[in-house]
Write a protein that binds this ligand. Structure first.
Ligand code: GLC
Length: 588
């Protein structure tokens, strides 16, 4: 029987050395008035002091980013001294309201304060188009639409607003911006990117980070380092997918020229955490790539924040979990995202250090980076937000900003002198799968990982926006499928609003992104009873409309506009001009 470490009145096997946890009665358990607790000292002084006081268990705990639904018990936050907790896509509290989020995260933070050294938690969410897990939050256009705006000032303001709404609910880490450079629109993550223009992506990513950094406690998590968008069709290591998490066979020159530049800009913007992708470069997984992570990102580019892994990615490259984890940490990964199992992570890490497979120096480097960011972000010196701040979530100011973003994201693909329409148009036929559906206009990463089809969140649909814009004399008929009674006289204009179902990541990989048969039939039904036909496409990427576009009078790409569908009517009826430009090629 091996030696036992006693804590909290229970013996534990040495292999799973837990962190000392303080009982409420034992006030001497928490040290006070120590250098690391003194906000007047330099960050470096505080980090050195704190690191010097930490046990191996406390250091390993800081390297764990645990998905909240994987917590066996919230007390594990204390007993393992966890450094960060997160919500994956759809990872919401039982009460999925701003208050529910604040209560959930406050509970987690309280648990972290039961440890001896009381190191605050990072709490991360994706928030890649607003604090989109939360009904009532402002849902901004997805990045592909922001790429069409190509407006850095606008994107900076969206970064500010997103950070403010997230911070109000207790979140202090957002796994955005996505800096992937889309190379193939068959990729299900196209809509999460700013498009395929490296320079635009670098500029907008920098603007988003600068915006987020205006909220002092908010940490941006730029992703996915590196070349995620260069994956080639048919190379995915995930057998459910075709291109997502795939391999990029490109030269180092191409990798640097096309895919590294956005991360250089992100570092210039003050990014202090960077997520490693689940992809491969020339058949080598990035997660194990010492040259790219340590030599290029950390040494050559001088990235002094911390590097963290994506989802289950650390374990996916090797059959043996211990080998995988050792390779990733030694390649330069500082924090490990842990859906499912953090106790195993703790055991493997302890053994790896005890066996010399991971050096104490590497552990100290990783923890130094993590603690430095936590001190720089003021986590040790700020108190959690109070309930009154929740008014910012879904505020009119932010919804007005989102409306402007929608306006500027629209791209006019075709116009035979039809648009803009008159608000006094006599009669309109409106139809289509995406006409009255906030879930479809929001796309994936909205309340649920793959989004929610239907009107389950606050906002205005495109149909509602049109109704609120035209004159009272305009006769509007709406039918989902365009099944209108025989019109005695053709309607002045038919508007068919069609596009994609919500999806996320590899589940959106599609060999031929195009309109459904149902959508085509709807467009034909509307066209048959209208003098002019306007087609509005709600999609995360270009769709193949070449076979039909010649028979349509106007076509508008609105991408995934989010909760403020009213912004589309603003442009359709001429209050705002079309200014959006294609963020990637759309073959017509
Ligand atoms: C996913 C995505 C990543 C996201 C993470 C947490 O696998 O690849 O972009 O931030 O998990 O939800």
């Amino acid at each position: 029987m091996g030696m036992y470490v006693f804590f909290w009145k229970n013996a534990v096997p040495v292999g799973e050395q837990f962190v000392t946890v303080c009982s409420n009665e034992d006030v001497s358990c928490h040290p006070t008035n120590l250098p690391y607790q003194d906000a007047t000292r330099s960050t470096e002084e505080r980090v050195v002091d704190l690191l010097g006081r930490m046990s191996l268990a406390e250091k390993i705990g800081q390297m764990a980013l645990v998905e909240k639904d994987s917590l066996k018990h919230t007390n594990d936050i204390a007993t393992y001294g966890l450094g960060a907790i997160m919500s994956g896509g759809g990872g919401k509290p039982t009460d999925n309201s701003p208050t529910g989020w604040q209560d959930m995260i406050q509970l987690f933070q309280t648990k972290s304060q039961m440890t001896r050294l009381q190191i605050p938690l990072l709490y991360g969410v994706d928030a890649n188009h607003g604090h989109s897990n939360v009904p009532g939050a402002t849902i901004f256009p997805h990045a592909i639409g922001l790429g069409a705006t190509n407006n850095t000032e606008l994107v900076k303001k969206i970064g500010i607003a997103t950070a403010q709404e997230a911070e109000a609910t207790g979140v202090n880490w957002i796994f955005s911006p996505n800096l992937d450079v889309t190379n193939d629109v068959r990729w299900g993550r196209t809509y999460e990117t700013f498009g395929s223009n490296t320079e635009t992506i670098a500029e907008l990513g920098q603007a988003f980070i600068e915006g987020m950094n205006t909220v002092p406690t908010m940490l941006a998590g730029a992703k996915h380092f590196i070349g995620n968008g260069a994956s080639e069709w048919g190379t995915s290591e995930n057998k459910n997918f075709f291109i997502d998490q795939g391999n990029a066979s490109v030269s180092e020159e191409e990798l640097r020229y096309t895919h590294l530049a956005p991360f250089i800009s992100a570092i210039d913007a003050g990014a202090k955490s960077i997520m490693i992708g689940l992809n491969q470069w020339n058949n080598e997984k990035i997660i194990f790539h010492t040259y790219l992570i340590q030599d290029v990102l950390k040494d050559e580019l001088g990235f002094d924040g911390f590097v963290f892994s994506d989802w289950y990615g650390v374990y996916e490259g090797e059959s043996n979990k211990s080998t995988a984890l050792i390779r990733a940490i030694n390649a330069g990964v500082d924090m490990v995202m842990l859906p499912y199992d953090y106790t195993q992570f703790s055991r493997i890490m302890h053994r790896a250090v005890q066996n010399g497979d991971i050096s104490e120096a590497r552990i100290d480097d990783a923890v130094t980076r993590i603690l430095t960011v936590k001190f720089e972000k003021g986590l040790f010196d700020t108190t959690p937000t109070n309930v009154s701040d929740l008014d910012i979530v879904g505020s009119k100011k932010h919804k007005d900003l989102a409306r402007i973003a929608v306006q500027q994201s629209l791209v006019l693909l075709k116009n035979n002198n039809v648009l803009p329409l008159s608000k006094k148009v006599r009669s309109l036929l409106i139809a289509g799968s995406s006409a009255d559906n906030i879930g479809r206009q929001s796309g994936g990463w909205t309340v649920e990982w793959s989004g929610i089809d239907g009107n389950w969140i606050p906002g205005t649909t495109i149909l509602e926006g049109i109704k609120n814009t035209v004159s009272p004399t305009t006769h509007i008929q709406y039918d989902l499928y365009g099944s209108f009674p025989k019109q005695t006289e053709k309607a002045d204009v038919g508007i068919a609003i069609v596009g994609e179902m919500p999806y996320a990541e590899g589940w959106g990989d599609n060999a031929h992104p195009s309109l459904s048969e149902e959508d085509i039939e709807t467009i034909e039904a509307v066209k048959a009873q209208s003098k002019k036909i306007v087609v509005i496409i709600v999609s995360g990427r270009p769709l193949d409309i070449a076979p039909y576009v010649d028979t349509w009078d106007a076509v508008v790409a609105v991408w995934l506009p989010g909760s403020e569908g009213i912004g589309i009517a603003d442009v359709l009826f001429g209050d705002v001009p079309f200014t959006g430009k294609l963020p990637l090629e759309w073959k017509l």
